[in-house]
Ligand binder design. Structure first.
Ligand code: UDP
Length: 447
C-alpha cells in the first residue's frame, strides 16, 4: 500500500492544501491544558452523605466519639505524587473533621537516602540487591536526622512504607501506639533488605497491609486495609453529560458507537499491546472503538518505548485511539471512564489496580486479568469478568458488547462492591476501629 505520508501536499478543490486537513491521528491530539488546573476546594465529611447515606456517616461519627481529642501523626516520604500522598491528602482532613487531631509530616533526606530507599523498594518487591554497610549507614544516618528534627508526642504514630520505618527508634514506653502502614507487596522480598528492616517493623504495635497476599509472617498483629478511592475527587466525582461529550469530542471518540477503554501507564506489565490484539480479534464480530489512555511518557524513557510499540501495534487503525495524557488529567480520565461501554485492565502483573476500582465505581462492566488485587475487586461474573489470555479478553469483549443487559448488571454490582469496601469513607472507618482497638489495649486479630 502507498504511504500517504510520502505524498507532498496538493491543493484540493476547496483550495485547501492537504497539509491543512488534519489526519485522523492529528484530530485526536488531546486538547487539554498544558498546565495543571487549580485544585478545587476539598470535600467535607458531610459531602459524603449523598454517597454513603446518613447512617454510615453517623457510624463514623459514633466510632470517632470515644477518640475525640486524641492525636495522630502520619509520616511518609513524599508530600506530592503517588497514591500514598493522594490518600493522606483526604484522610488527614477527614480525621480532623471527626475531631481527631491529625498531622502529617514528610521525612527529609538527601539524594543518597532516596536512592537507597528506591533500591530498597525494588528489592522488597523481589529484585536483586546487595545491601552494603554504606547503604545501611546512609539509611540510619538520615533516619537519625529525622528523629532529631521530629517529635512523637501523639497518641498514634502511623508510619507509611519502609522509608521512614526506622523512626520506630523513637518509640518510648509512653502510651503512644505505633502503626506501620505498608502499601507495598512484601510477599517475596530480598532477604538481606527484609532482614535489615524486620527488627524495626516488629517493634511497632501493629502492621497494616493492603492484601493478605502482600503480608509477611510477623510477631506483631497485622490487619488488612484495602486501598481506596475518593468518590468526590476529580477522578471519581459525578460529571455533567456535556463535559463528558466535550472530552470525547476533543479526543475524537465517537459516543454513538461502543467504547472499550484501558487507562494505564504505558508499561508492558499493563499489556496495552495485548489489549490491541484482543480488540482486533473481537472487532471481527462486533463494532467498537478502543481507547488506550496513559500517563505522559515524555519523562519515562521506558514509557516512551512502550508507547511506540503501542502505536505500531495500532497500525493507524482509526478505531484505536491512543492518548498520552499529562499527569493533571484526572477530569479527562473520569470522563473517558464514564463514556466507556466496557473498561479493560489486562495487566500481566498488578498491585491493587485502582483503575479497576475507578471503573467499578462508575458502574462499568470490567474485563480484567486475575492478577494482584484485581480478583478482590472483580468477582467473576458478578462484578465483572476475569480473563487469563488475549483470546479470553477478546471473547469477553465480544460477549459483553452483544449482551449489554449483563454489562449493566455487572456494573451495578461493581459499584455496590466498591461502596462497601473500597471508598475513602470505608478507609476512615478502618482507621477509627484500629485506633479504638489499640487504645483499649486489644490486639487486632491477625490476618
Ligand atoms: N492514572 C492517571 N493517568 C494515567 C494513567 C493512570 O492518572 O495516564 C491513574 C489511574 O486513574 C489510577 C492510577 O493512576 O488512579 C493507577 O493506579 P493503578 O493501581 O491502576 O496502577 P499503577 O499505575 O499504580 O500500577
Amino acid at each position: 500500500m502507498e504511504d500517504s505520508r510520502s505524498i507532498p501536499p496538493q491543493p484540493d478543490i476547496t483550495g485547501q492544501s492537504q497539509a491543512d486537513v488534519p489526519s485522523p491521528r492529528e484530530r485526536r491530539k488531546p486538547r487539554i491544558p498544558e498546565v495543571p488546573p487549580l485544585a478545587p476546594p476539598p470535600a467535607q465529611l458531610a459531602d459524603y452523605e449523598a454517597i454513603i447515606g446518613k447512617s454510615q456517616l453517623d457510624e463514623l461519627r459514633f466510632l470517632a466519639s470515644v477518640l475525640r481529642g486524641k492525636t495522630v501523626k502520619m509520616v511518609n516520604s513524599t508530600a506530592v505524587g503517588g497514591g500514598v500522598a493522594e490518600m493522606l491528602n483526604r484522610l488527614v482532613p477527614l480525621l480532623g473533621e471527626l475531631e481527631i487531631k491529625t498531622g502529617w509530616e514528610v521525612i527529609t533526606g538527601g539524594n543518597d537516602f532516596f536512592e537507597i530507599t528506591k533500591a530498597f523498594h525494588n528489592a522488597l518487591h523481589g529484585g536483586e540487591y546487595a545491601l552494603t554497610e554504606q547503604a545501611r549507614d546512609v539509611f540510619m544516618r538520615h533516619t537519625e536526622q529525622n528523629r532529631q528534627r521530629m517529635n512523637f508526642d501523639e497518641d498514634f504514630i502511623v508510619i507509611h512504607d519502609p522509608q521512614p520505618a526506622g523512626l520506630i527508634a523513637s518509640k518510648t514506653d509512653r502510651s503512644s501506639r505505633w502503626i506501620w502502614r505498608c502499601h507495598i507487596d512484601l510477599s517475596n522480598p530480598n532477604t538481606e533488605v527484609w532482614n535489615f528492616l524486620q527488627p524495626m517493623v516488629e517493634r511497632y504495635d501493629a502492621a497494616v497491609f493492603s492484601s493478605p497476599a502482600f503480608a509477611r509472617q510477623l510477631s506483631i498483629p497485622q490487619v488488612l486495609f484495602y486501598p481506596c478511592i475518593d468518590p468526590l475527587s476529580e477522578k471519581n466525582k459525578e460529571l455533567e453529560e456535556s463535559y463528558i461529550r466535550e472530552v470525547c469530542d476533543n479526543f475524537g471518540v465517537d459516543r454513538s458507537r461502543p467504547i472499550v477503554t484501558q487507562i494505564s501507564r504505558f508499561d508492558r506489565l499493563k499489556d496495552p499491546v495485548g489489549v490491541i490484539q484482543a480488540c482486533k480479534m473481537a472487532k471481527k464480530y462486533v463494532d467498537f472503538q478502543l481507547v488506550l489512555a496513559g500517563g505522559s511518557a515524555s519523562d519515562d524513557p521506558e514509557g516512551a518505548i512502550v508507547l511506540r510499540e503501542v502505536m505500531e501495534a495500532a497500525d493507524e487503525d482509526p478505531d484505536i485511539i491512543i492518548l498520552d495524557l499529562p499527569p493533571w488529567s484526572a477530569l479527562e480520565i473520569n470522563a473517558l471512564q464514564r463514556a466507556s461501554t466496557i473498561i479493560v485492565q489486562k495487566s500481566l502483573k498488578e498491585g491493587f489496580g485502582l483503575t479497576v476500582t475507578e471503573g467499578l465505581w462508575k458502574g462499568k462492566p470490567i474485563i480484567a486479568s486475575a492478577v494482584g488485587g484485581i480478583p478482590t475487586q472483580v468477582i467473576d461474573k458478578l462484578t465483572g469478568t476475569l480473563v487469563h489470555s488475549v483470546e479470553g479478553c477478546a471473547y469477553q469483549i465480544r460477549y459483553l458488547l452483544m449482551h449489554p443487559e449483563l454489562g449493566l448488571q455487572l456494573g451495578r454490582n461493581g459499584r455496590e462492591h466498591v461502596k462497601e469496601n473500597f471508598l475513602m469513607t470505608t478507609n476512615v472507618r478502618r482507621w477509627l476501629l484500629l485506633f479504638r482497638l489499640l487504645s483499649e489495649g486489644l490486639n487486632p486479630a491477625p490476618l
